[in-house]
Design a protein around this ligand. Structure first.
Ligand SMILES: [Zn+2]
Ligand SMILES: [Zn+2]
Length: 303
């Protein structure tokens, strides 16, 4: 099953040096989930060959402009391009009012429905579940209410050992039960144990998205063991005072967090516009956590 994330925007605050404000596209089993929608997200989708019409779920972390200023434009384009299927939007409660006001004054009546889910930023909760993935909020520590998102793949059914099943002539109609860990009694009197004919499926993978936040151990338990942890790293550690003041994280701190929570891989992003190049940020993070990569725009990472 495909489980990967493509970076559409990696800048904080303002678009600079060919970097766009934050947005990511998660592909889980060929369904697209948009995480944040900074200005320019539509253009980035086009640039990297994605169809906005395929997105059915959008998650917005908080109401700073660099995380949602691209949203109304995207919603409007979907309408103009004839969308009729509903769109599921998970976001801070006030975003509903912002969207409605914009469309009210432009006399826009969307052809499709927005199924709006207001996020409670005071406690973590499961906000979405389907056959592929579960999405849970992560309570971050930012200047305004802000949540990260934890995407956990759904555990797949057990895998059949076809060779053995055929060798012992187990009828095909019993395969689905064995996959669901059920032992079966055949009409010929044989008892078939699922453990003898199936193997366990892969351990579900976890992707954690943490932007924006300052270092705060309260959310560490939630992101423990993530296969891929995206963590903001707005500044170099020499700017720690500024990071604390603005409720952001330094590259060194992001690495420390990845180490503490035993993440397998760290992606850093949300880079300040003060950095023209990103090597120093990468170096600083790699110093503390070697398996770090820059969340560079257009790059796709397998979770
Ligand atoms: Zn931001
Ligand atoms: Zn912010």
């Amino acid at each position: 099953m495909k489980f990967e994330v493509t970076i559409l925007g990696s800048a904080s605050a303002t678009p600079v040096y060919n970097r766009n404000p934050t947005a990511q596209l998660l592909n889980c089993n060929e369904r697209q989930y948009l995480i944040d929608c900074g200005e320019g997200t539509q253009q980035q989708l086009i640039k990297f060959g994605f169809k906005a019409s395929k997105i059915d779920y959008i998650f917005i972390s908080h109401l700073h402009g660099d995380h949602f200023f691209g949203l109304v434009g995207l919603l409007s384009s979907l309408h103009l391009n004839g969308r009729t299927k509903p769109l599921h939007l998970f976001a801070p409660p006030a975003l509903k009012e912002i969207i409605e006001l914009q469309f009210l004054h432009s006399d826009t009546r969307l052809r499709y429905e927005i199924d709006f889910y207001p996020i409670d930023a005071t406690k973590p909760e499961v906000i979405f579940k389907n056959n592929d993935v579960t999405v849970e909020t992560i309570i971050l520590n930012h200047r305004i209410p802000c949540t990260g998102f934890k995407f956990t793949e759904k555990k797949r059914l057990r895998k059949l050992v076809i060779e053995k099943l055929e060798e012992d002539a187990v009828p095909v109609e019993y395969y689905p039960m064995l996959k669901r860990s059920v032992d079966v009694d055949l009409p010929d009197g044989r008892s078939i144990k699922y453990l003898d004919y199936t193997t366990d499926s892969a351990t579900p993978k976890v992707y954690c998205y943490c932007s924006d936040t300052m270092y705060d151990e309260r959310y560490f338990s939630q992101i423990g063991g993530a296969d891929t942890l995206y963590h903001e790293a707005t500044f170099l550690h020499e700017m720690l005072d500024r990071a604390n003041e603005t409720h952001h994280t330094t590259a060194k701190q992001a690495a420390e967090i990845a180490t503490k929570v035993k993440a397998k891989k760290l992606l850093i992003g949300h880079f300040s516009s003060r950095y023209k190049t990103l090597e120093a940020l990468l170096e600083e993070a790699k110093d503390g956590f070697d398996a770090t990569e820059l969340a560079t725009e257009g790059k796709t990472f397998e979770i």
